[in-house]
Ligand binder design. Structure first.
Ligand code: AMP
Length: 506
């Protein structure tokens, strides 16, 4: 089934219900949303000769037209290739060429940049009067029929290393992901409002489907991005707000809420994930804003859907092991089966650390035109996530690190995450990232990059004492580098590769 049918169904059931909002202003009800998506599909078919299965890029910042474009592409039976608007046009051009895209929908400055980087590719602007005309065209009355196994979304991994790979996400993958949401994360009703502050090319956009199915509102902040004050001001006007946010965004929202004496009024749920949320940060978030947080763990290859730590588990301090649970990524989502394996593929017992494997209907069928990477990642029916962690007897999954981030010093494995958690307990440390650098005797040694809290000083000798009091001697950093900020990619993930290079040089 084509997942765009969910839009068609909501438009039939509740045509007058508000669907798309720019800030707090309604720009389309469900009837108009479906009509525009169908109009976009008609234009793609008639104007470009687009056929089912073809790929169409979306390279623009968050705006309500993003959803018209996304659903229009799907309505035509094509697959969307959402590209982070912050990428360099040359990077976007590389992705569009790799995807062999038939066209790209653009807005604002991405249009000009792409015109230069990939002159031959048809571009459709979503931010001019032409878009209104185009989306008012007659389109196919109903979404073009698709099978569950057909490609819906080609997701280029955010790539903290090397060239991104195209993860093939099918209609069935998106449905499995979406149907887990109300069961494992948060029930969704027509009164809810999905707020898109994080890039719609990633997790925030993936979560659009279940809100469409429920006939809920989709709101895009005027800034089109992450402005903590704007989110805090807009949420009470919208009410029932749910948003996906990377831990860095959560931190910013919590800091502003505290500074302004707010508690997140109007926000129903903040789903966080995509990068480690440190214990100190989530404790502060719950203290400041209450039980509004749910954690998910997923990756493009199993979009948003491996494990979840529910609202009550995040907020429940009465459980004897609540801190351990809070530091975990929760339990398997309904459609996910999780195992931990050693390098040979042998499954490990609870408590043992190894690579995290997943299987279920949300797992991708493979990488786009990359049989070699697919064979490396999908083995014996399991997705090898590249993440390292352990399960406990109750089924809680704790992530230690990416397998390539594990530091091996003197033959012992050191998980950077563990050291980072300890450093963040120090009141003067705002951010910490730990990497290994080559050492002639030990193989690797531990280097910590630390960012001080505003107005505070960091003293390596004091940090060393702090670590010695909390973790094994061999795990503590041998060198501290105080930095003003940490290098991050467009989704807020710390670029460990860049830090490893800096550590090796310094
Ligand atoms: P991406 O495919 O870009 O969404 O990146 C997925 C990766 O982000 C995962 O393989 C993990 O390494 C990391 N990640 C996702 N969710 C979490 C989480 N809740 N805690 C820690 N790391 C996470």
């Amino acid at each position: 089934m084509n997942i765009a049918r969910w839009l068609e169904a909501s438009a039939r059931l509740a045509p007058d219900a508000p669907a798309l909002l720019a800030g707090a202003a309604v720009t389309a009800d469900y009837a108009a949303f479906a009509r525009r998506a169908s109009g976009v599909a008609g234009t793609l078919e008639a104007g470009l000769g687009l056929r089912p299965g073809d790929r169409v890029g979306i390279f623009m910042a968050n705006r309500t037209e993003y959803l018209e474009a996304l659903y229009g592409i799907l309505w035509a039976g094509a697959a969307a290739v959402p590209i982070n608007a912050k990428l360099h046009p040359a990077e976007a051009a590389w992705i569009l060429s790799d995807a062999d895209a038939a066209a790209c929908i653009v807005a604002g400055d991405t249009s000009e940049g792409l015109a230069q980087a990939l002159p031959g590719l048809p571009r459709i602007a979503a931010d001019d009067a032409g878009w209104r005309r185009l989306s008012a065209n007659d389109g196919p009355g109903a979404p073009v029929a698709r099978n569950g196994a057909d490609l819906a979304w080609l997701f280029y991994t955010s790539g903290t290393t090397g060239r991104p790979k195209g993860v093939m996400i099918t209609h069935a993958n998106l449905m499995a992901m979406s149907l887990c949401y109300p069961v494992d994360i948060d029930p969704v009703t027509a009164g809810d409002c999905a707020l898109y502050a994080a890039p719609m090319s990633h997790g925030a956009g993936l979560y659009t489907f279940i809100h469409t199915r429920a006939g809920a509102r989709h709101a895009v902040p005027d800034s089109g991005g992450v402005d903590a004050d704007e989110i805090l001001d807009l949420a009470p006007r919208l009410g029932g707000v749910s948003m996906f946010a990377a831990p860095t965004i959560v931190r910013r929202v919590v800091q502003r809420a505290r500074a302004r004496g707010l508690t997140g009024e109007g926000i129903k749920t903040i789903v966080y994930g995509g990068a480690p949320m440190y214990l100190a940060d989530i404790e502060e978030a719950v203290a400041a804003m209450g039980p509004r947080f749910v954690q998910i763990y997923g990756q493009g290859e199993a979009p948003m859907t491996i494990s979840a730590l529910s609202r009550s588990l995040v907020a429940d301090r009465s459980h004897p092991r609540w801190r351990e649970r809070l530091a975990s990524v929760g339990v398997a989502q309904s459609c996910a089966e999780i195992a931990i394996a050693d390098e040979t593929g042998r499954h490990l017992a609870p408590g043992e650390t190894g690579e995290i494997l997943v299987r279920g209907p949300q797992v991708m069928p493979g990488y786009w035109r990359n049989a070699e990477a697919t064979a490396r990642t999908l083995r014996d029916g399991w997705l090898w996530t590249g993440d390292v962690g352990r399960l406990d007897a109750e089924g809680f999954l704790t992530l230690t690190d990416r397998s390539k981030d594990v530091i091996i010093s003197g033959g012992s494995n050191i998980y950077p995450r563990e050291v980072e958690e300890v450093l963040l307990e120090h009141p003067n440390v705002a951010e910490a990232a730990v990497v290994g650098r080559p050492h002639p005797e030990w193989g690797e040694e531990v280097v910590a990059f630390v960012v001080p809290e505003p107005g505070r000083r960091l003293d390596p000798a004091e940090l060393d004492r702090h670590c010695l009091g909390r973790i094994a001697r061999f795990k503590r950093p041998k060198l501290y580098r105080v930095a003003e900020s940490l290098p991050k990619n467009n989704y807020g993930k710390v670029l460990k590769t860049a830090l490893r290079e800096a550590a090796a040089e310094g």
